[in-house]
Design a protein around this ligand. Structure first.
Ligand code: NDP
Length: 329
């Protein structure tokens, strides 16, 4: 028997999350059984712990869209007992039972060996949010971003994606401007490496201006909404925005075609869920190399399985700072 955070749905459609004991036979069919060490809390986890947001189809459900742990049993030649592994994406924790449990059973294709230089706890301090930040930085680099061309903007900076993006970009030698709606997080963001703090409300007014002054050499955007509409108009000539998230809304309000056709700005879509294996490996290796571990440690807030219902609600309200690391044991 092992512990898991299980979400049940009652007859009137309400969901309830609580820690329960499960047996190995309860786990879904798949090739690899993993003893989970750590998981974490992402925005999507908030949805799946709560009413589901349309992501969860079947109940009872075990959420947790990412985890790191040790292989216990494997029917696939790529993995053997004792191997350290990390999992993000592939709709684990949504369509398939996830990492909020002491055991998980998943497809071998979904796993990545833990990169050298990272332990399971550090891998979950990074988690899907941090992996996605690194995928964003890699996409910006592939489109010409190099240090020394001006500040790189990070929106939703005190959140999970934002915090890792700030730390990685600063460590790579970029000047980083951090957008936050929480002025009390200025010290935290400067610690991570931000040299400029931009108040959220400076970038949320929708304007009809076709273009604004050229300010940013790149952008990692976790917010979208009216902020992305404004930021696109402030990008320097020929630069790129990595569009990661929608914490501020799914529409790009006030956006016009002008930044694209008059300044050659690129909007790069970043998806972590279906990212090919080779690119995941490359991103995890870059994290182990380019993310300073002391900065990562400064982002971490520890938690246990029983804290998850509260944390799930907090992240939906944008009230989680940095990265939560859930010790499932
Ligand atoms: P967090 O909640 O940790 O961070 C989001 C941050 O956005 C908040 O901390 C806050 O930062 C800011 N924010 C929240 N609400 C608003 C608002 N209404 N207007 C403007 N800013 C707001 O979430 P994550 O960092 O884990 O995820 C960020 C986004 O990225 C989510 O939308 C998530 O779904 C998406 N995502 C996408 C992935 C992909 O594969 N593309 C993978 C992982 C995440 P502050 O307080 O500093 O202003």
């Amino acid at each position: 028997m092992f512990n898991a955070l299980v979400v049940n749905k009652d007859e009137d459609g309400k969901t309830h999350a609580g820690v329960q004991q499960l047996a190995l036979d309860d786990l879904p069919e798949a090739e690899v059984t993993v003893a989970v060490d750590y998981s974490t809390v992402n925005y999507k986890d908030g949805l799946c712990i709560g009413p589901g947001g349309g992501l969860v189809r079947n109940y009872p459900h075990v959420p947790g869209i990412d985890f790191a742990g040790t292989v216990e049993a494997s029917d696939d030649d790529r993995y053997k007992p004792g191997d350290k592994v990390v999992l993000t994406g592939w709709r684990v924790g949504e369509a398939h039972w996830g990492g909020y449990a002491q055991k998980a059973r998943v497809r071998a294709d979904w796993l990545v060996p833990l990169p050298k230089g990272l332990d399971a706890r550090q891998a979950m301090a990074v988690g899907t949010a941090g992996l996605t930040s690194m995928l964003s930085v890699m996409a910006l680099e592939d489109h010409g971003l190099t240090p020394g061309h001006g500040p790189v903007l990070v929106t939703g900076a005190a959140g999970g994606v934002g915090s890792v993006a700030v730390a990685v970009l600063a460590a790579l030698g970029h000047e980083v401007a951090a957008v936050t709606g929480r002025p009390e997080q200025e010290g935290y963001l400067r610690e991570l490496g931000a040299s400029q703090i931009v108040a959220r409300d400076e970038l949320t007014e929708v304007t009809r201006k076709p273009l604004e002054s050229e300010l940013w050499a790149g952008c990692v955007d976790a917010v979208a909404g009216s902020m992305l509409g404004r930021v696109l108009k402030q990008m320097k000539y020929g630069t790129s925005v990595a569009a990661v998230g929608l914490a501020g809304g799914a529409a790009i309000e006030g956006a016009l075609i002008t930044p694209f056709i008059l300044r050659g700005v690129n909007l790069l879509g970043i998806d972590s869920v279906m990212q090919p294996y080779e690119n995941r490996l490359r991103a995890w290796e870059r994290i182990a190399r380019d993310l300073p571990m002391d900065k990562l440690e400064a982002m971490v807030q520890p938690a246990t399985l029983s804290d998850l219902p509260g944390l799930g609600a907090d992240i939906l309200k944008g009230q989680v700072k940095g990265r939560v690391v859930v010790d499932v044991n």
